[in-house]
Design a protein around this ligand. Structure first.
Ligand code: NAP
Length: 290
């Protein structure tokens, strides 16, 4: 594209940002949709977060994504935070307004859209959620808000699983939420679960690892969704498939969290064909990089 006097800027703030796939998503979208927009990563040191947000606003930056370690802290620099992002306690997208930026969380919308695109439903499902960190907490909220039947939160630290279960359980109208240790799955039903892997175990370069490895656990799962997409096929996914289940990685979640952000910045709706074209490029990149 040709950069001229009307080119708008969007970007990513975080640390580190060197391996981000977001420029591929947003610059391809801008090209496909004919928008005069560029998206660039900004490495921001801990001491510079507030200045970075203020500076971006002063420089007329249209929107920003926010990644680790600033998803919570950035809320102090915003003029408003969307209700869902506030409940999740994390913001990954800043949208420019007249007086500053408003924060949103598009990660969960991204996960929901990714699941829908694979034909996975949450409504009425019995869910095994691995992990009780920031991502797992948001996933639990998503499952409750979309009417899951029951959620079992399995975590290394039972205390953390209990805290998430108590918080999310209080929001649940018809969903039952149970905290469990990772080893405590014997009493579960023999089959019929959707499992969502939301721990950081198995993330590149530790691709051969999974929080639970016993086949007895995986026999219970008809569909496994791993939030991790590096490596492209995680150990968790292999274990699900070995027991006859279908399994997906988190690359479509990444794609759709980006698409939702782009839609917020530009007031457009991205169609499925465009989304799939970008997905193809992401797949090639992750496949190549490992
Ligand atoms: P986090 O807050 O640090 O939570 C980490 C979770 O992993 C906790 O439940 C922790 O258990 C568990 N864990 C870590 N090491 C463990 C070990 N050795 N054995 C057992 N459990 C262990 O991280 P997060 O922000 O929730 O992120 C979790 C994952 O989601 C990351 O891999 C991230 O890449 C992925 N993610 C993907 C997307 C996407 O777009 N696809 C978006 C967001 C996040 P304890 O509570 O016991 O410590």
């Amino acid at each position: 594209m040709e950069i001229d006097g009307k080119t708008r800027i969007c970007g990513l703030i975080g640390s580190p940002v060197g391996h981000t796939l977001s420029p591929l998503i947003h610059n391809t979208l801008a090209g496909k949709l004919g928008h005069n927009l560029v998206y660039v990563p900004f490495e921001v040191g801990t001491a510079g977060l507030e200045d970075a947000v203020k500076g971006a606003f002063a420089l007329n930056v249209l929107g920003l994504n926010v990644t680790v370690p600033y998803k919570s802290r950035v809320m102090d620099s915003l003029v408003e935070t969307d209700e869902l992002a506030r409940r999740i306690g994390a913001v990954n997208t800043l949208v420019r307004r007249e007086d500053g930026y408003k924060g949103y969380n598009t990660d969960m919308d991204g996960l929901y859209r990714a699941m829908l695109s694979e034909g996975i439903r949450i409504e009425g499902e019995n869910i095994l959620l691995l992990g009780a960190g920031g991502a797992a907490r948001a996933v639990a909220m998503l499952c409750v808000s979309h009417g899951a039947r029951e959620i079992h939160i399995l975590n290394r630290s039972l205390e953390r699983a209990r805290a998430v279960a108590a918080e999310v359980g209080a929001m649940a109208a018809g969903t039952r939420v149970y905290p469990r240790l990772l080893t405590d799955y014997d009493g579960l039903r023999e089959d019929g679960y959707l499992a969502i892997q939301a721990t950081s175990v198995g993330l590149y370069p530790h691709g051969g690892e999974a929080v639970i490895t016993e086949p007895e656990f995986y026999k219970r799962i008809h569909t496994g969704y791993d939030l991790i997409y590096r490596p492209f096929t995680t150990r968790f996914m292999e274990l699900v498939r070995q027991q006859g289940g279908q399994a997906f990685n988190g690359l479509k979640m990444l794609l759709y969290q980006g698409i939702t952000a782009y839609e917020l910045w530009n007031g457009v709706t991205v169609d499925r064909e465009t989304a799939m074209e970008i997905y193809g490029r992401l797949e090639k990149k992750v496949g190549t990089d490992g």
